[in-house]
Design a protein around this ligand. Sequence first.
Ligand code: NOJ
Length: 763
Amino acid sequence: MGTFSRKFYDRHWVMFAIIILVVSCKSKTNDTVKRSDTNIDPIEAKIDSVLSKMTLEEKIGQTAQRGKSSRVKELPKDLKDAVRKGQIGSFLNIMNKEDAKELQRIAVEESPSKIPLIFARDVIHGFKTIFPVPLGQAASFNPSIVQEGSRIAAIEASTYGIRWTFAPMLDISRDPRWGRIAESAGEDPYLTSEMAKAYINGFQGEDLASPTSMAACAKHFIGYGAAEGGRDYNTANINDNLLHNVYLKPFKAAVDAGSATFMTSFNDLNGIPASANSYVLKDILREKWGFDGFVVSDWNSIKEMVNHGFAKNEKQAAEKAINAMLDMEMTSTAYQDHLKELITEGKFSEKELDVIVKNILRVKFRLGLFDNPYFDPDDTVLYAKKHLASAQRAAEESTVLLKNKNEVLPINAKQKIAIIGPLADAPHEQLGTWTFDGEKEHTITPLKAFENDKQYSVKYESGLSYSRDKSTENFQKAISIAKSSDVILFFAGEEAILSGEAHSRAKINLPGAQEKLINELHKTGKPIVLILMAGRPITLENIKDKVDAILMAWHPGTMGGPALKNIITGVVSPSGKLPITWPKEVGQIPIHYNHKNTGRPVIPEEFVQMDSIPIGAWQSSLGNTSHYLDAGFLPEYSFGYGLSYSNFTYSNAIISTETPKMGDTITVKVTVKNEGDQKSKETVQLYFRDMFASITRPVKELLRFEKIALDPGESKEVSFIFSTDDVAFYGPDKKWITEPGDFKLWVGEHATDESNELKFTLE
Ligand code: NOJ
């Protein structure tokens, strides 16, 4: 670790600890309104002064976000003219620095009110230096590393004048068929909220007005992750209980962390498309939470309300969206084409439009764009050594060890290694989804990492040229190097394009002939280490018994190769934990750890597998509980699961009081010891269950976590502090409430580890 990174890292761990303490001790409910002190903010006077000189056309202009097709070389004249007339407020995807500067020059020198433009881009998990996909970063359970990565992304992207990123994506995702799960932090509201804060703090930096800061955009508001059947863009039916207790939580955390902007989602939420959903946009986001930044639509999502059957034409779509106070329209032109008319017809007022324009100007002022509209590119920061080191650390901490039979891992330099598989040397693929700017030329694959280290004896045959390859033509070559080696490293998974937007899959096993090749390699009798690179959990039913070890590397990014080499060879002990329940079979989806108990919860001892049911059995439900006859009731791996090269013991779990009073602070302590002989990190997880309440509560909810590093034989005491407000829920009265009663707590290694149980009764 370089000096910069070490300092950065240490400083952020300390900051993180302080944040945890402050947040934990803060007595609050999820309804807390964080009103900005806009009355005393000097920016407000400046906004009013700019606004007072704007014409209606210019005001409408601020609501427009436009792009330029990358296929068009020259900056189109009509775009320049539109900026000159004050008809555009923002651009996305302008990747030619000269074009960006010229557009900004026209805006601030030639447009009537001289309002700067804001340039946006999807900088999701890195700009040039690519970090693991967000689902992978969540697996690090290390917010400081996520914050460091998003700070680096902002430093790099701002050299292109990009001061607004469309991230973080905070959609709770319980369905791995949904391609966009790769962009999420998984299934848990608390983990996603912690990741939200980390991303936002990193993107926005200490001062949003710094030229290296980017405005964050909490997206997609809301319910996008609940798409029916995991089919992208599909309908989300989320009742109020689930909406508040699960889906909204990370977005509330984003408002509290100061996210400058929000983006609506494509989906219809309970019958009302999110881009015109006043309940979430006005009542919750603005009224309850006091959000004072601006909200952008998703790409074309206003016009798509016609397809939803929610608006009869684009004009009505514009009317519905603007009345829900959706501030800016991405790419489509419903506002531009119809707002003036809607105002003339009295369907919306100029006064209301002023509120919208103020929201947009506020963010531009906060970004310092009025004082400093241009950017000064310092290209030397792209792929800076410290950025690469950070990306490597993130990839190392994101990798999850799922299986390690006979301790086949780590391997040693004396072993002859066969490197096989379509993802072993696929630089573009290992970057993952949403990496417009990452370059494969700068990416180090696992194969290259091993080849560059002369102490390892490596033979390579991909066997399959890409993940969907069905040809068995090269199997023999792969089998032959496997036979002459001591261990097989099989790099499998999905190409980058198989997850992300519009890339849902109904089957989520290894595509192509990968399973077939693993089966063939198994016949050689050589140990197989399966290293998965994918944007989602992969079902392993057909191969899990054929491989000795499994590492989930997600799509690990630019430095995935060196990171994986360090883990495979034991330089670094794996420490990632699953941010999502890993299903055995697609038929189990949705399957998540924080489910409800039901009236007939699973009784493992009484489970009768389908094949044991007698032929001609009489119809009866007796003894049966909420499970599948064929797939049972367990996932392949539970939320929070992940092995290490060490093993840890937990002892002395205690709670400060078993009879707290409402509003009290409670401390849970546990001692964790590294029993192995390698320095390793462990994520200590605290879960709770509200045993009975006025609405049913999940069987478990993540309450706190902390990742600690332990030397061999070292013990540490970990303290978690929380208040009774932290176990509150959104109740039947549509209010956040903590009810008296019994609570259970578990502190341990993953969501189903119940070895350290504690309890308290709230009076
Ligand atoms: C559509 C995606 O849903 C959204 O996440 C993204 O930010 C925009 N397109 C802009 O590329």
